[in-house]
Design a protein around this ligand. Sequence first.
Ligand SMILES: [Cu+2]
Length: 307
Amino acid sequence: MNLRMRAAGLAAMLAGAAFSAQAYAADLIGQPTPGGIDLQPANSALAHSAHGFHNAILLPIITVISLFVLGLLIFVIVRFNSKANPVPAKFSHNTLLEIVWTLVPVGILLFIAIFSFKLLFAYHDMPKPDLTVKVNGYQWYWGYAYPDQKIDEITSVMLSETDAKKENLPYRLAADTSMVVPVGKTVRVLVTGQDVIHAFFVPAFGVMTSAIPGRVNEIWFKAEKTGTFYGQCTQLCGSDHAFMPIQVKVVTQPEFDAWVASKAPKPVPVAAVAAPAPAAAAPAAATAPVPQKIAQLDTASKPVGLN
Ligand SMILES: [Cu+2]
């Protein structure tokens, strides 16, 4: 490689770094950014802590170790090649050196563990939840139920490429319905699976847990900003594993209340219940709760922007 080629390579590298920095500056919210190199922007205290742990603790340690090992390699290549060192030394073992290269990594791991455990405790230390959402993983879609709001499971299926394009939404991330949660509230998410093991992962909230049949895993988050945040199943779960995105819509409390009101089963009017005559059965049936799956297909009944 001549000097000019090297210079061109270096220029390309710098241009790449500049592009990445630009991509970082214009990061998309709640979804991956093409050409981006960093973690997705955080939208919960947990995600901020996880990012801090990565950026302030792990990244410097990894960088120093990588540079140190690279320096050692270069030193060995220059100092001990066959020309510079024609007669190699024959000794083996150096007790002091071996003690040092055992204890130093142990020390580094213990140092990481202090911050790592602090973060793990924060993940397990859920404040009193304001809302519980039960998430069910299926082959290959998600179901979201709100037991306290008496909202039966709402299934969420990935949008087709045509539909996603039509609505200007990210294909393979956008779904026909969302998990809707209020902003600034502690959301407890109970995750389980119905067929095989899936995994519920939303990077912006810094949460991930497995969806295991017969077992309920608990995670929590408190969204800081409103908006749509995407995630994906992160457990190989079969042929359509890549096609079961998670779409979380974070809305204000009044918007959430309105959404709940639109989804919750309508109470049957007292008059209709009290009427003993069989003739009253027809009106009663007409006002009976609409099964969730049918309600979901009825797009006209959806509040705008909250599906
Ligand atoms: Cu899955």
